[in-house]
Design a protein around this ligand. Structure first.
Ligand code: NAP
Ligand code: G4F
Length: 340
């Protein structure tokens, strides 16, 4: 019988790549989607008709229990979150509820549905993946960051992720559950939300190239990130749940670039000079910035055999080309119109 996976955050970037990957591996894939008429579900269905959808919300414990009872998954991937860092200052409580407490609700749903209690054997149980984030490192104490680097989150989002991370570890230790966290560094693709800097830049470049805009307004150009391709990172999620023992892993490329270098690469991909178009705006700076993030993914390379495949320049060029195609064909990224 096909193995069954339940993915929260199915309508997001990673949900789509993970669903695509697991379907290719022969899984029966179920996605948890919220709302009574979520337009992003139809976008997903256009891309991946074989994904089955179950309604539920990380804010609603009962809905998660019902989803687990209905799907009877072998693996649960908790990707659902308020994931945009600036929004976490504007809606800190909601971020704590969805991104933090949502992890508790999902773990409880699994625990209750598999009859796990303190001291009970937890063999043959549902395996759980938590989408932890390099944002937990925040103001970094060392570079590159490993599984042992201390956390110093710099946003309500980072704090909520740290709660989810420690809780996942705690359920593993308290109940013997197979529950792991992937500490993923920034990963991008043509399906990335338009609010994140890589996609904001690739869309901005495409608009300027097509004569639809004359400038691109950005915040801090000096921040540095370790950017990889989302398609590579979902393979790591799956590998973590196939390992003999449940452990946490850092996933990233080990290479750091600044936002300025991202901008240069993106404009160069469209044969444009970025300095003619980019305007910096103090209003887009954050109350507390994460200045740099750089992964040491050695543990995942050695223990899981995981490797990233797409270099930074290729990733950026791929995103610019995809947005040139999207806009040339009349697509509207703000309307969640379609996914490449
Ligand atoms: P994304 O595109 O922003 O997707 C977020 C998903 O969460 C969407 O499907 C959204 O559904 C869902 N969601 C929001 N509120 C929810 C709620 N109350 N109940 C259930 N689902 C809810 O994020 P992503 O880039 O795919 O990232 C996936 C996960 O990895 C997130 O947890 C993110 O924090 C984490 N992460 C991402 C990165 C990265 O660089 N991409 C790095 C480290 C960690 P709607 O469509 O209904 O809004
Ligand atoms: O693309 P960003 O918004 O991503 P950020 O904040 O690093 O968070 C992403 O990666 C995390 C993993 O480290 C995930 F957990 C999280 O869910 C999300 O996927 O911003 C990247 C950098 C920041 O330093 C920001 O200050 O780009 C800088 N930036 C400069 N101008 C900008 C802009 N960011 C955005 N979104 N918009 C700008 O105009």
């Amino acid at each position: 019988m096909a193995r069954r996976a339940l993915i929260t955050g199915i309508t997001g970037q990673d949900g789509s790549y993970l669903a695509e990957y697991l379907l290719g591996q022969g899984y029966e894939v179920w996605g948890l989607a919220r709302g009574q008429a979520n337009p992003r579900v139809s976008r997903l269905r256009k891309l991946l008709a074989d994904v089955q959808v179950v309604r539920g919300d990380l804010l609603d414990q009962g809905s998660l229990i019902s989803a687990v009872e209905r799907v009877q998954p072998d693996e649960v991937y908790n990707l659902g979150a308020i994931s945009f860092v600036p929004m976490s200052w504007e809606q800190a409580e909601l971020t704590a509820e969805v991104t933090g407490m949502g992890v508790l609700r999902m773990l409880e749903a699994i625990r209750v549905c598999s009859g796990v209690s303190r001291g009970s054997a937890a063999s043959g149980q549902i395996r759980f993946y938590q989408a932890s984030s390099s944002e937990m490192f925040g103001q970094v104490s060392e570079t590159p960051q490993t599984e042992r680097t201390a956390f110093h989150p710099r946003s309500p989002y980072g704090v909520a992720k740290a709660y989810g991370h420690f809780l996942t570890q705690n359920y593993r230790e308290s109940y013997g559950m197979y529950a792991v966290s992937g500490i993923l560094f920034n990963h991008e693709s043509p399906r990335r939300g338009a609010e994140f800097v890589t996609r904001k830049v690739s869309l901005g470049v495409a608009r300027i190239k097509l004569g639809l805009d004359t400038e691109l307004r950005l915040g801090n150009l000096e921040a540095r990130r370790d950017w990889g391709f989302a398609g590579d990172y979902v393979r790591a999620m799956h590998l973590m749940l196939q390992a003999g023992t449940p452990e946490d892993y850092v996933i990233g490329t080990g290479r750091m670039k600044s936002v300025r270098e991202l901008v240069q690469a993106a404009f160069a991909a469209a044969s444009l000079d970025w300095e003619q178009y980019v305007v910096t705006d103090q209003a887009l700076h954050r109350p507390a910035e994460v200045d740099l993030l750089c992964a040491d993914p050695k543990k995942a390379q050695v223990q899981l055999g995981w490797e990233p495949t797409m270099p930074f320049d290729e990733l950026v060029a791929t995103m610019v080309e995809a947005d040139l195609r999207l806009l040339s064909n009349g697509g509207d990224p703000d309307q969640d119109s379609s996914w490449p």
